[in-house]
Design a protein around this ligand. Structure first.
Ligand code: DQA
Length: 147
């Protein structure tokens, strides 16, 4: 199957960005693990990081045309602000997992609301880079159930 992994704003800074909250892995380290996990499971993966809301929205729209089967998204700060990202995901109706490195529920109150969670297949947060590994396991599982 075909999987799209989206990383939102500031995740390009991983490794040096607040390492006590987000860990020391760089986005490149995480992406390499995502690539090999998908390859081992026999799935094709496309990965995109953007700091721009419209680029993430455009990638979600394109995913429908490209017949992407599943999306894993760490919307980063857009989680807590973006009705537009929510509408894009709802609009293409591609199942997705929302994923966060940190446990957003143990942080500031403004991080405890997500515009995406109630339309996600599920949400994984708090396990650092392992959150992506777990999100992909959930994606593979959901894809298996569809075939
Ligand atoms: C984050 C959590 C968000 O609240 C924050 O704005 C981020 C990263 C995470 O992965 O823990 O940029 O999505």
């Amino acid at each position: 199957a075909s999987i799209l992994v989206l990383h939102g704003p500031n995740l390009n800074l991983l490794g040096t960005r607040e390492p006590e909250t987000y860990g020391r892995d760089t986005l490149d380290d995480i992406n390499k693990r995502i690539q090999s996990q998908c390859q081992d499971a026999g799935h094709a993966v496309t990965i995109l990081q953007s700091n721009a809301e419209h680029e993430l929205i455009d990638a979600i729209h394109k995913a429908r045309i490209q017949l992407v089967d599943f999306i894993v998204i760490n919307p980063a700060a857009f989680t807590h602000t973006s009705v537009a990202l929510r509408d894009a995901l709802a609009g293409v109706a591609i199942p997705f997992v929302e994923c966060h490195l940190s446990n957003v529920h143990a942080r500031e109150p403004f991080r405890q609301h997500s515009y995406l969670s109630d339309i996600a297949k599920g949400v994984i947060c708090g396990f650092g880079a392992t959150s992506y590994t777990l999100a992909l396991i959930a994606a593979f599982d959901a894809l298996g159930a569809n075939t």
